[in-house]
Design a protein around this ligand. Structure first.
Ligand code: ADP
Ligand code: TYD
Length: 216
């Protein structure tokens, strides 16, 4: 990590957003990106699965269609393949140009979804990550929120990509607890944000916490 992220000639800062479905990750990642650009800082907004042309193709494979289309293991390989392409083609080059990279989900989503909810594959997730990815974000904003409210928000937003979206509140509860445990596992990079508040308040806190860690 470098305090000079966003300035040419230095390595940029890699920031990810994580949380249960509907917690407001995409909204907050976009708002942070817009805010930074308005201040003249160099920042790239991206997402997983996806973020590069090849990874977006894998995204369509993995998020659309029958929920039983892939086993949890195959899914993990697909997410990892997408992540590798994204890292090679977009994330590493942008960081090398000194840009801040703001990523809506990254490897922690595999730790949670493939590692905890879709299969009990955490050891395999970690082994593959070490072998094929290696990189972790410098900072991860975990948007923590009430699982029932998150589910209601996610359901109100209908999309074609619904393979993962309808797992019920019990699973959302488990995922929330899993994410909070992950934040304790990686305390140096996780910042937990209370997402049960109006968007403006959440955005202001994220901006302030980023500034503490990475002054302009
Ligand atoms: P995620 O990317 O975590 O699934 P989104 O950012 O797509 O979540 O938000 C899910 C839905 O909830 C969207 O319709 C969005 O407009 C809405 N939303 C996001 N943040 C808030 C908030 N703080 N309060 C109320 N609604 C919100
Ligand atoms: P997305 O449209 O990004 O959902 P959301 O708006 O809720 O973030 O869909 C991504 C889905 O893919 C989401 O349900 C989580 C899942 N996912 C995994 O299972 N493993 C992963 O490694 C990633 C990046 C996402």
């Amino acid at each position: 990590m470098t305090k000079a992220a966003g300035k040419p000639g230095t390595q940029g800062l890699f920031v990810s957003f994580e949380g249960i479905d509907g917690s407001g990750k995409s909204t907050q990642a976009r708002r942070l990106h817009e805010g930074l650009l308005a201040e003249g800082r160099q920042a790239v907004l991206t997402r997983e699965p996806g973020g590069s042309p090849g990874a977006e193709e894998i995204r369509a494979l993995v998020l659309q269609g029958d929920p039983d289309r892939w086993s949890a293991e195959t899914e993990l390989l697909l997410f990892t393949a997408a992540r590798r392409d994204h890292l090679e083609r977009l994330i590493r080059p942008a960081l090398a140009e000194g840009k801040m990279v703001i990523c809506d989900r990254f490897a922690d989503s595999s730790r949670m979804y493939q590692g905890l909810s879709r299969g009990d594959l955490r050891d395999k997730v970690d082994a593959l990550h070490q072998l094929m990815i290696g990189t972790e974000p410098d900072l991860t904003f975990l948007i923590d929120m009430d699982p029932a409210a998150g589910l209601a928000r996610a359901k109100a937003r209908a999309t074609e990509e619904e393979r993962f979206e309808d797992f019920g509140v019990a699973l959302q509860e488990r995922m929330r607890a899993g994410y909070l445990a992950l934040a304790e596992e990686f305390p140096a990079r996780f910042i937990v944000i209370d997402g049960n508040r109006p968007q403006d308040e959440v955005a202001a806190e994220i901006r302030a916490r980023l500034e503490e860690r990475c002054p302009a």
